[in-house]
Design a protein around this ligand. Sequence first.
Ligand code: F6R
Length: 613
Amino acid sequence: MCGIVGYIGNSKASPILINGLLKLEYRGYDSAGIATIENNNISVLKNKGRVKEIQNMKEINYLESNIGIAHTRWATHGKPSRENAHPHLDNSKTFAVVHNGIIENHEELTTFLKNAGYNFLSETDTEVIPNLIHYYYSKEENNSKDRFVNAVRKAILDLKGSYAIEVLSSLESDRIIVARKDSPLVIGINGDEKYIASDIPAILEYTNNIYILNDGDLVEITNKAMTFYDENFKIIEKTPELITWDAKAADKNGYEDFMLKEIYEQPTSIRETIGTRLRPNEKCDFSEINISKEYLSGISRIYIVACGTAMYAGLASKAIFERLTSIPVEVDISSEFRYREPLIDENTLIIFISQSGETADTIAALKNAKAHGSKTIAVSNVIGSSITREADFTVYTHAGPEIAVASTKAYTSQITVLALLALHFAEILGSNEKELINNLKNEILELPSKASIVLENTELLKAFAKIIYNEKDLFFIGRGTDYAVSLEASLKLKEISYIHSEAYQSGELKHGPIALIEDDVTVVGFITDRRLVDKSVSNLQEVITRGAKTLLITNQDVSQDVFPNIVNIPKVNHLLSPILSVIPLQLLAYYVSKEKGLDVDKPRNLAKSVTVE
Ligand code: F6R
């Protein structure tokens, strides 16, 4: 989705802005632009297409200023075009604005401004903002020192919807004003240098000291100072957070694609996510949440709510929660949960999972849950992200920045942290399943090294990708947690290889989908549950009999005579197996996408964080 970068300091702004936009390319976009102030005039370079096109414009060489704003746009109102790209100017070309989010009342504001004599050049909802700022600026006292900030404040009071904005003015060329509501924005600081971004990775190479803005915050930034205002326009003090992500983690580090790098980072991201929460022979340590035995014993249900891959991580974790706590768990999609009037109250605990922490539907579902009195836990990978500020408690995955649009290491870290949370709940409740709990803990500690073993075994997957890359339909089947991972495997393949696929519970095949199995259809099966081997093998044999070719991911003893394509993964309890069994399928999706010559990291139509409904 849209990305924002800004800079004010002692260096030339344009290379820093372009560099930041390149770092945000992973979010998905269709046009880009920058604005700087040159000789008291605003210069805008923008176009449809990639950031490289702005970088290659000859005009960029003439931009000397040390202040600027920049944007990558993912079209919502109006097609991708130069006119619709940001920054947008007001009619007098005095104010330039970049904006993430959606202005829901833009039609009403457009009518108001047209009546006041303003014209509109684009089809965007954003163009009302610079014109509104101009409207209020012209009504402020001429020599008021707060004229600019007052005008921005008045303009944002008129906006309904979500926004993160940066504003430049040619009349006050030493400052940038930024504001946010329901769309992320951060400011990094390194001495006199200030870096603004919608996402931390865009500025991580310049500084680790980052101010995370809250909803309603407005900040006036000059070379020498920053003035923070809260939602009531009261001046507030803020302290920066030290972000421990390494800037290199946001680079490809020798890998051909971010996705491949992130797949190979999983032994580390799982280890980091376990961190100090689990030590041999000790109880799980979740000092970040404060949940009592009394509260847990009283809850009637746990919901896990999320979108996409994060929701599938919830599905893969349902079994371990139910097995260890005997509390029923329901997993739901945020966009459904928020509108379906779920039966929740103060006796419901709701876990919201979001890698980015900025997914609009998940944030709305969380607010809805709180309004019903439910306790909420956020599981997120981004420090200070919106869901972490809304939820009662936050549990971080420590996967490091995930840049590729297709989520990989976040998924395995999410299941890891949820498994630990389930164990923690079991310990709080005083479960008498001591042996199971101890075994699972030992198995979790072994996951990083077992993930490394899975990552060594790629030859068959590469060869299989060469066989199937031109296919139109695939099936993924499994039972229990193997079904949960089938859903994620199917999503991964769809996203980055554009091959249609479906995931089915193996036992459901006979109830309809087996009618689609004919010669040479590919069926990928997962078998990691010792109790269900025979039944799952029979299901796969049924498709082989009907002509299907199969790929089997298993840690059980299954005959190579029946299944010629077997990827063996290390043994692990089926309650944890998705953390390992998904890895071969992440790799398969990756290799298929490469065979097809596609852009693995930036699949068409997709964005990394979905900040609109
Ligand atoms: C798929 C993928 C998406 C995200 C979903 C939720 O590879 O990345 O399905 O999982 O958009 O995103 P977050 O976790 O940021 O809320």
